[in-house]
Design a protein around this ligand. Structure first.
Ligand SMILES: [Zn+2]
Ligand SMILES: [Zn+2]
Length: 144
């Protein structure tokens, strides 16, 4: 139910921006909502290609770029990995494995104060911030 509400919100954003709501776009969004992961365009392609044979990796990539331009998907470039995409429906940070490229979300509410402090220190009107932690994930530690 929760997910159904989310997809409707994104569809509304598409409509508001006069972007056509196609089955493919909805399928990509559904995939990202359900997986709660940070897929590459190719991972989405592998998951959806049987249901949408006319969809190519390039189509998916183009659609993701539209979502990025609309502001509800983040394009994550970490190192040499191909771009990973992230739905930005709630504030979170990333821990990135330097061995396998896995990205794990985490929250750290104490950092909410940072924006306020930086605004005071610099006079900036602070809009957002990012934090990325790099290291080796538990699975890769075991495979040493
Ligand atoms: Zn790893
Ligand atoms: Zn994330």
């Amino acid at each position: 139910m929760e997910n159904k509400k989310k997809i409707e919100e994104y569809i509304q954003i598409l409509r508001d921006n006069k972007i056509r709501v196609t089955d493919q776009r909805v399928a990509i969004l559904n995939y990202m909502i359900e997986k709660e992961s940070h897929p590459t365009a190719r991972e989405i392609y592998e998951a959806l290609k049987d249901d949408y044979p006319s969809m190519s990796v390039a189509t998916i990539y183009n659609n993701l770029e539209i979502f990025v331009a609309l502001g509800f998907v983040l394009d994550l470039h970490y190192g040499a990995e191909s771009a990973r995409f992230d739905l930005t429906d709630c504030m979170h940070y990333h821990a990135i494995c330097e061995k396998c490229g896995r990205i794990v979300d985490f929250n750290y509410p104490k950092l909410n104060q940072v924006e306020h402090d930086v605004a005071e220190l610099t006079g900036f009107e602070v809009r957002s911030h990012r934090l990325e932690i790099f290291g080796v994930c538990p699975a890769c530690q075991k495979n040493k």
